[in-house]
Design a protein around this ligand. Sequence first.
Ligand code: SAH
Ligand code: SF4
Length: 358
Amino acid sequence: MSPAPVHCLSLHDLTSAEVQERLVADGLRPAHTRALWRALHADLETDLGGREDFLPPLRRWVAEHVGRDVTLDNPALTLGVSSTDGLTHKMLLRLGDGQEIETVIMGYPGRFTACLSTQAGCAMGCVFCATGQMGFVRHLRPGEIVSQVLQAQRQLRSRGEPGLRNLVLMGMGEPLHNYDAVMQALRILTDPRGPHLGPSRITVSTVGVVPGIRRFAAEKQPYNLAVSLHAATDAEREALVPINRRWPLAELLDACREYSVSTGRRVLFGWTLIAGCNDTPEQARQVAALLRGMAAHVNLIPLNPTSGYGGRTTDLAAAGQFRAILQEAGLPCTVRQRRGVDVAAGCGQLRAGGPPGL
Ligand code: SAH
Ligand code: SF4
């Protein structure tokens, strides 16, 4: 067991309104918020001590509180590896309690996307996923999610690249199992005074935590929702995704419809293609029938290898045929590019603690 995280308020856990509340409670004027927020989220500071733009009351506040009852999230970059094509960069980050998580930066023509972790490990146990194979360690705090973005921005800045444009919550962990921390992190990251990432450029991916999807829908969260489906019958899905026993397909799809109706957005369904397991033409027809009438898009992801699962990845011909059947049935569908597989940064390969291999 790893030690419990030490609890100390992190400024990275707070929205700008909450930072302001804290400063005002300590007797400062609200106007100091802007300088503090800029240091944290625009200048990506990890040390507030030497800020020339801070007026004396804010300097005194920093000297009095930071490092005592207030802290910053500054995970150490313990390892950075780039894929041989140079387009994918995996960072291994060590959190305050020594726990390691992974964040991946993916480059596309003219834009960068970060893939964020939301938990250390995962409780959902999907058989083909390296994070699932390591089990659940703990939830991440909002600041630990936010600081992955800040680290990615620092990396991009040091290479003279433009900042991140898109975020996908598809790294380690199940975002809707850590709902409050994830939504708080996204509020911070989309804050118009701060990092200001566009909500429509953020995708939250879930394995199908139905109460979380219902809450996401009821709260009309402005982010995209991806649902990892992988199978079109309960028996087949249970074998891959154990939580299907708790929230079977009919319930899951009901919740997805609720989301579509309440937000007016389509659901992105993820389907990891495993040779001979869920990549046959018959299964493609089943998923087309299951999703008929829904505002949906299907992302097909060829399985990436993990040490704890013997399944094989689908071949290109089977993936192409699967896609063609969905498209003929009127279901928009793409085969996701395989990214970063040579540094174990592909979907489902993230697993902290080991070397940059499998
Ligand atoms: N827990 C969330 C988000 C993290 S997993 C979820 O399950 O959706 C992100 C995506 O990677 C999911 O679509 C998941 O099904 C996929 N994935 C997991 N293991 C994989 C593997 N070995 N190969 C390809 N995709 C995988
Ligand atoms: Fe968790 Fe997602 Fe991996 Fe399943 S696929 S074990 S939900 S991280």
